[in-house]
Every structure is written in C-alpha cells, then in structure tokens.
Design a protein around this ligand. Structure first.
Ligand SMILES: [Zn+2]
Length: 150
C-alpha cells in the first residue's frame, strides 16, 4: 500500500522517501524538512501534527482512493518530465539513444527520449505502460472542483 503510493508520487515527480522500521521521532524529523508524512499509524499522525508536520493518514482507504485524496488535499501536480526513479527515488538525467541502447541491450521502437537514474542506473522511456499511468494520473490531477461543472 505505502509502496504503491510512493511509486506513484515518484512517477509524478515528487521526491518520495519510503521509510521502513523507523523510529517515530526520526520519521518526524525527516518529514519536517518540507515533506508530507503519509502513514496509516493514527498515533504517529497525531504526534506529528503536534510537531507541525503535514500529515496524511491513509487508513481505511483503497490504494486508488488514497492517491486521489492525497492529490486533491495537497493540490499535487504531475510533472510529465521524468525526474524521480520509481525504484530508488534517485534523480533522473536525460541520456541519448545510443547510451540507452547499450544499457538495455535493445532499442525500443519509435522512442527517442530516455532517462537514466543517477543512483541505480535504471533506464526510463515513455512506453505504453507510462502512457497508461500518466493518463490515470492526469485524470486525477485535472479533476474539476465540485460545483464547477459546465
Ligand atoms: Zn534508481
């Protein structure tokens, strides 16, 4: 569940840390550096709020509902240019066709823009999977506020 949210936030371009087995105080310290703390732990959420941290509790929501609510509540945007590795949260850099081809061992058809993770080396391009995901995200982001229907 948390992994799913983290992956989508990274696809959207957000610097997202996935904290596991971490001390509450340490999690709050990290979150207080301009991050939103996403948790299913109500006790941690209350404690973090008293420390002035932005908190989102995902308890009782499906993965899709959680993401939808998160996008609306914090007015998240979708940066369509790849910027974060969905695996390790590393920064992505643009690479050429030749470099991508030599890493992948093949060249995806009809694709001429590639990105590589500076940390783990994973290569990204806009294939059909990316298009499906981005369409889903754009649908969420572009949701008209209630009462603004034409
Ligand atoms: Zn990476």
């Amino acid at each position: 569940m948390h992994g799913y949210i983290a992956r989508w936030l990274r696809i959207m371009g957000y610097d997202t840390l996935y904290l596991r087995n971490m001390d509450d105080d340490e999690a709050i310290r990290i979150a207080s550096e301009g991050r939103i703390l996403i948790t299913s732990d109500a006790e941690l959420a209350r404690y973090a709020e008293t420390r002035g941290v932005k908190v989102f509790v995902i308890k009782g929501l499906s993965e899709k509902e959680a993401l939808e609510t998160l996008v609306k509540k914090f007015n998240l945007a979708f940066r369509e240019d790849f910027s974060r590795c969905t695996v390790c949260n590393g920064e992505l850099e643009s690479i050429g066709l030749e470099e991508a081809g030599s890493i992948l061992g093949f060249t995806p058809k009809g694709v001429n823009a590639f990105w590589k993770c500076k940390s783990c080396g994973k290569v990204y391009w806009r294939g059909s999977h990316w298009k499906n995901i981005s369409r889903q995200i754009l649908r969420l982001v572009d949701n008209e506020p209630a009462g603004k229907t034409v």
